[in-house]
Design a protein around this ligand. Structure first.
Ligand code: HEM
Length: 425
């Protein structure tokens, strides 16, 4: 229906009519579902609800000011429960604290199959999906949408693995100066390097062969990120809680970062809000490490190069930590590259050519309002870590740095891999 409406073959209102008749009319009350069933239905009704809202608002842009109106004609089940009330009760049944509209959690984590991360032959993280099939549900079935959701879920699974490996150091059960902490830092660096490569290679997929075209991203996909209620938060990669947890674990030179993150709290799940709030109260691992070694930003800033290398060789954890922070900086940089390539640069091109912006969902900023200068500042903050001068000694070349950092005997660099696994929900 979405494809037919977008190509002009169907009227915009046709989706709401069909959705009410073939999906909503036969649904039982939300309380009849198990939490797992409720999560699956939130994903499906989220995709459909966003589609109904998009076509309603696109048909008459003055309706953007009254987004709830899109759902006024939709009622669910024999009891004719208004759609938004039904959705809110369904969300309650999930038991997750999900918000009353679609979100990153439902569109990506629940929608995309269970994803497993391995270091060598060891499973280091499993990120469950809510469905037991291998499908990825999208708005239009465009292969680029499928790959985009796949990229997000695989990225989050790699991040989960890296964060969980670092978490015991943050919780204080593994001493930061122990050999185990060093091994954990090395493993996390390998996982973040795999995350960097996954994102870098995404742009190499040609449109039509699974690749995402900028036109589809800007004109089709992003246009589904409309408001359901005035002031609510449409889905966004900014709601990936593992990216945010990593920033707290490793530290980020961004003023009031906790306040920045709290802005996305309404779109997160309850456990995610709780875990991030706990991290906001803890010092970052980078701070803990430097304090334990009697180092600080100013000392590192002014230390002569040969002394810096000597310090690095004296404390092998410092070398492992450099690799970790350098890998994190590269992840930040590659993310900015993606946002530039798929959104900010092409929109600048449209502005320069006098084409202007989309009137439904603006392409001049992200779906929750983050603009290019903000994303640049965030990427720079991840690069501006206290050990960056060590990287500079190796001309920013992480491979040269890695080969210069002494590795404890008997340790290896197992490959990090990420893949979908079928599972039964
Ligand atoms: C083609 C791929 C991608 C593009 C074009 C893209 C684009 C964007 C845009 C435009 C924003 C601003 C969002 C807003 O206003 O809410 C954003 C934010 C964000 N995205 Fe992505 N993104 C991509 C992939 C990813 C992936 C794979 C992740 C997770 C690993 C991710 C994580 C984030 C985070 C955490 C933010 C918040 C800003 C920050 O902390 O730097 N994105 N992205």
């Amino acid at each position: 229906m979405n494809r037919a409406i977008l190509s002009g073959g169907e009227r915009p209102s046709a989706l709401a009519t069909e959705f009410a008749r073939s999906a909503l009319a036969g649904l039982p009350v939300p309380e009849a579902f198990t939490p797992g069933e409720a999560r699956r239905l939130v994903t499906l009704l989220g995709l459909s609800g966003a589609s109904v809202a998009r076509h309603y608002q696109e048909e008459d842009l003055s309706r953007k000011a009254r987004p709830r109106e899109a759902f006024a004609s939709l009622h669910v089940g024999p009891g004719e429960i208004p759609f938004l009330e039904y959705f809110a009760r369904l969300v309650d049944r999930t038991g997750t604290g999900h918000c009353g509209r679609d979100s990153y959690a439902s569109l990506v984590r629940w929608n995309v199959p269970t994803t497993e991360v391995r270091l060598g032959d060891q499973v280091v993280a499993v990120m469950p999906g809510a469905f037991d099939d291998a499908r990825i549900r999208t708005y239009t079935a465009d292969p680029g949408e499928v790959s985009f959701f796949e990229l997000l879920k695989k990225s989050e699974a790699l991040e989960l693995a890296a964060n969980d490996i670092l978490e015991p150091i943050s919780a204080g059960t593994v001493d930061i100066l122990s050999a185990e902490a060093e091994q954990r830092a090395r493993s996390a660096a390998l996982l973040l390097t795999a995350l960097y490569r996954l994102n870098r290679d995404f742009v190499r997929l040609p449109p039509g062969q699974g690749g995402l075209s900028t036109e589809h991203f800007m004109d089709v996909f992003r246009q589904f990120a409309v408001h359901w209620e005035t002031g609510d938060l449409p889905p966004s990669g900014a709601q990936d809680p593992e990216f945010l947890r990593r920033d707290f674990l490793l530290g980020i030179a961004f003023p009031d970062y906790d306040l920045h993150v709290k802005q996305v709290f309404p779109a997160l799940l309850e456990d995610e809000r709780r875990i991030l709030a706990e991290h906001m109260e803890r010092p970052s691992l980078t701070t803990v490490l430097l304090t334990s070694l009697g180092l600080d930003d100013v000392t590192l800033e002014t230390m002569p190069g040969d002394q810096m290398l000597a310090t690095l060789h004296r404390h092998s954890i410092l070398g492992a930590w450099c690799l970790l922070l350098a890998a994190n900086a590269k992840v930040g940089a590659v993310h900015l590259m993606l946002a530039e390539k798929y959104l900010f640069k092409p929109q600048r091109g449209r502005d320069d050519a006098g084409v202007g912006d989309r009137l439904l969902v603006s392409n001049r900023k992200g779906t929750t309002g983050m603009d290019e200068p903000l994303l640049v500042r965030l990427a720079r903050a991840r690069q501006h870590h206290p050990l960056r001068r060590v990287g500079h000694l190796y001309a920013g070349d992480v491979t040269r740095l890695a080969s210069a950092v002494p590795r404890p005997a008997g340790t290896s660099n197992p490959p990090a891999t990420v893949r979908f696994v079928t599972h039964h929900a």
